[in-house]
Design a binder for this molecule. Sequence first.
Ligand SMILES: Cc1cc2nc3c(=O)[nH]c(=O)nc-3n(C[C@H](O)[C@H](O)[C@H](O)COP(=O)(O)OP(=O)(O)OC[C@H]3O[C@@H](n4cnc5c(N)ncnc54)[C@H](O)[C@@H]3O)c2cc1C
Length: 299
Amino acid sequence: MPLLHSAVMKVMPHVPKAILWRVAKRYVAGDTLQSAIERLKLLNGRGHPGVIDVLGEDVNSEEQARHVVAEYKQAADAVVENSIQAYVSVKPTHLGLRSSERLALSNYAELAKYCKARKLFLRVEMEDASTTDATLRIFEELRKEHDNVGLVLQSRLFRTPDDIAKLAPGPLNIRMVKGIYLEPANIAHTEPEPIRQAYIACTQQLFERKAFVALATHDAAMGDRCAELAKRLRVERNGYEFQVLLGVMEPLWQTWQAQNHVVRVYVPFGPQWQPYSLRRMRKNPQIFWNVTRAMFGMK
Ligand SMILES: Cc1cc2nc3c(=O)[nH]c(=O)nc-3n(C[C@H](O)[C@H](O)[C@H](O)COP(=O)(O)OP(=O)(O)OC[C@H]3O[C@@H](n4cnc5c(N)ncnc54)[C@H](O)[C@@H]3O)c2cc1C
C-alpha cells in the first residue's frame, strides 16, 4: 500500500483540477471567504472554535504580499462581523518571506495590530526548514510589541528543544505539530516513533515554562498522552487545547470533545488550494481509493 500511495502521489499534480477538487474539498472550505465563514458557523454551532487560513504560500513580490495582508484583514473583519469564534493563522512565505524578512515582519506587524484592534489572535505558522530561523526572528520581534501572537513549532526538527529554550521569557502560545514538510535525516527525525517522542518531550518543555499549547494532531494515542501529561503537571484546562484540520479524523474530534477538551478546527479557504491539498493527501493512505472514486464520479 505505501508503494501504491507514493505512486499515486507522483501523478496527483497531473490529475485534472476538477477531479482533484472532488477529493480536495474535504480539506478546504471552498474558494471564497463566505464559504469559510459558513463552515466556521457550522463548526461553532457544534462547539468547535476555529482557525481561519487564507490558502497560499511562496508569494514573490511586495505587491502580492500586500494583497495577502488585505485578504487577511477582510477575513478578520468577517470573523468579527459574524460573531465567529476563530482566529487567523498565516504562513511567513505568504506574507513575503521569500522576498525579504523585513517585508514579512512588517506585514505580520500590520496584521497583528489590525487583529488586536478586533480582539483577535494571530498565529505565525511554520514552513519548511529553510524558513525556520527567519520565522523565529520574526516571531520574537512581534512578541516585543504585540501580545496577541503565537507560533508553530515542529517536533520533527532536531533543533526544536533548543529553539524552545531560547525563546524570550514571557507569555507564550505555541501550536505544537509534528511538521508536514519532509526534511532530511541530518536535521530531522524521519521515523514516526521518534517524531512522536519528540512531540511529547517538547510539549512537556512548553508546559513546564507555562506556555499555552495547542496540541495540533490527529494521532489519538499521542494526543491522549499529552492530555495525561497536562494532568500530571497540573496544567489547567485553559492551558491547552486540541487543534485538528478540517476533513481529518472527525470521530476523534468527538472523542476529545466528549472528554471536555476544546477541539479547535483549522479551516482553510481560497483558490490556492492545490499545494495545500496535495500535502494533506500525502498523509492519507486512503487517497488512491478517493481519487479512483472521484475519477468515476462516485464521490
Ligand atoms: C491545526 C493544525 C495546524 C497545523 N499547522 C502546521 C504548520 O504550521 N506547519 C507544519 O509543518 N505542519 C502543520 N500541521 C500539520 C502537522 O505538522 C502534521 O503534518 C499533521 O497534523 C499530521 O500529523 P498528525 O500529528 O496528525 O499525525 P499522523 O501520524 O500523521 O496522523 C495521525 C492519524 O491521522 C490520520 N491523518 C493524518 N492526516 C490525514 C489526512 N490528511 N487525511 C486523513 N487522515 C489523516 C493518519 O492517517 C493517522 O491515522 C498542522 C496540523 C494541524 C492539525
